[in-house]
Design a protein around this ligand. Sequence first.
Ligand code: ZN
Length: 147
Amino acid sequence: MAEEDFQNDRDVIDNAQGVLAGDGFSEFETIKEKMTPGNPSPGYTFALHCVQCSAHNAVAVSWIELVDVAAGAVPVDPDSGHRWIFHDKKATPPIRCGQCQKQLFLYMTPDQCQRYVRSGIQAGALDPNYVGQRTQLIRQQAGAYRR
Ligand SMILES: [Zn+2]
């Protein structure tokens, strides 16, 4: 990788942390969220602009990933098989800008994802039994790691 590229990557990360400092990205006004259309809805879609090239990106996040973050686990992107990036109690999916291919930062907190999960259950898109079972499994695994 050329030194210039490395510098750019570092700038992107610094910018993202500055903008996204705080509780999730809720105060970051250029990111918009909505339940993904569908019957049942497959998850949430987030619209954000790339900090590198300003291109508009729409990022779909599945219920299973939102349930995992809500339960304190680091999910795997079902499309790419790549693990989410976890940083400072926030997680971002391993996604790249559709135009310039730079990493996009869509940091989410467990509290925020619990809110999405609740809204999915209320909308009938997510089975509360599934959420309960998966959350229990994640907590059991977390407990096993600590032993
Ligand atoms: Zn870009």
